[in-house]
Ligand binder design. Structure first.
Ligand code: PHE
Length: 335
């Protein structure tokens, strides 16, 4: 009889489990009303009297051990008694994860594509001064080209404004660094324009600039080709002569989108071609304004609107959807 008690004692001592069900059934098996320990107590009367003392001590030892073991395992795998009575195999409540805004998704993709070829990120203030947004970029006061980007001014001060493009960040970077430099500046920009399905007074741009010795228009074309291939899987491009005060020569880039679907017809106005960005060789005067030797260095720059790219990729018909923060719209971009 004592031998059996020793077996129980060593069973309890060696018992290990993380399973709350197993831990609970250990308790019922030993300490329950109809459990082993109560049985052993009721056998006490049949124990030969010379063994009674040892038997009694061992049952008490077993009882204490079982209780200690149970408490210990329970606290390590602490689940409240309440939840144990519930069905632990039931699925949990679904936790809804947020989604990235489509503008953020596209912005991250653009950044990833350009960082693979050595562009570094540079960011700057949204409230800018006239010098960084306009004058340094070859747009002196009263120059008619300023009308290309209608401006919000801060209070009555004509010198402080909301930046109309992230080219201002490039000026800041050029002023404080020496070539070779290769940066990408994503960010929010502001233009005093009427809001419609295709234009908004707040939008997002990514602009890039590369300045080094012997940078040529061929380098620019190659970089844009690399971008359109990576972003859209399309490589038929058209460089249309254009004008920006800060680049010379300047171009707008169209990609051949195709005319396979009805949407293709609509967004390309039946031509198959789509304008996606502006670009050009940095005007030497801009380099000089930033104290960079324009005899020694040349550079290219490009700029694109993130909303426009997102509208193309996701086939979104109205730019206003990006700013309304309607979760029914945003939830569609779960990746
Ligand atoms: N800054 C121009 C814009 O906002 C885009 C651009 C950038 C064009 C660089 C050419 C070169 O429209």
């Amino acid at each position: 009889m004592i031998g059996k008690l020793d077996e129980h004692i060593s069973y309890i001592k060696n018992f290990k489990s993380k399973d709350i069900d197993e831990i609970e059934s250990l308790k019922i098996q030993f300490l329950g009303r109809k459990g082993i320990i109560n049985d052993l107590f009721s056998e006490f009367k049949n124990v030969p009297s010379d063994q009674k003392k040892e038997y009694g001590q061992k049952i008490n030892e077993l009882k204490n051990l079982a209780q200690i073991k149970y408490d210990e395992l329970k606290s390590v795998n602490s689940t409240s008694t309440k939840s144990i009575s519930e069905d632990l195999t039931k699925p949990g409540f679904p936790i809804s994860k947020g989604t990235l805004h489509p503008i953020t998704i596209i912005k991250n993709q653009i950044i990833e594509i350009f960082s693979k070829v050595g562009f570094e990120l540079s960011e700057g203030p949204e409230i800018e001064d006239d010098w960084h947004n306009f004058t340094a970029l070859n747009l002196p006061k009263h120059h008619p080209a300023r009308d290309m980007q209608d401006t919000f001014f801060i209070q009555q001060d004509p010198d402080i404004l909301l930046r109309t493009h992230t080219s201002s960040v490039q000026v800041r970077y050029l002023e404080n660094n020496t070539p070779p430099l290769k940066i990408l500046s994503p960010g929010r920009v502001y233009r005093n324009e009427a809001i419609s399905s295709r234009s908004h007074c707040i939008f997002h741009q990514v602009e890039g600039i590369y300045v080094d010795e012997n940078v040529s228009f061929a380098d620019l074309k190659q970089m844009i080709l690399y971008f359109t291939k990576s972003m859209f899987g399309k490589s038929k491009l058209r460089f249309r002569p254009s004008f920006f005060p800060f680049t010379e020569p300047s171009a707008e880039v169209d990609i051949y989108w195709g005319l396979e679907t009805e949407t293709d017809y609509r967004i390309t106005k039946g031509t198959g071609w789509l304008e996606i960005m502006g670009c050009g060789m940095v005007d030497p005067q801009v380099l000089e304004n930033c104290n960079i030797d324009s005899e020694k260095y040349t550079g290219y720059a490009f700029g694109l609107g993130i909303e426009r790219i997102a509208m193309l990729i996701y086939q979104i018909p109205d730019i206003r959807l990006f700013f309304e923060n309607d979760v029914r719209f945003l939830n569609q971009f779960k990746s």
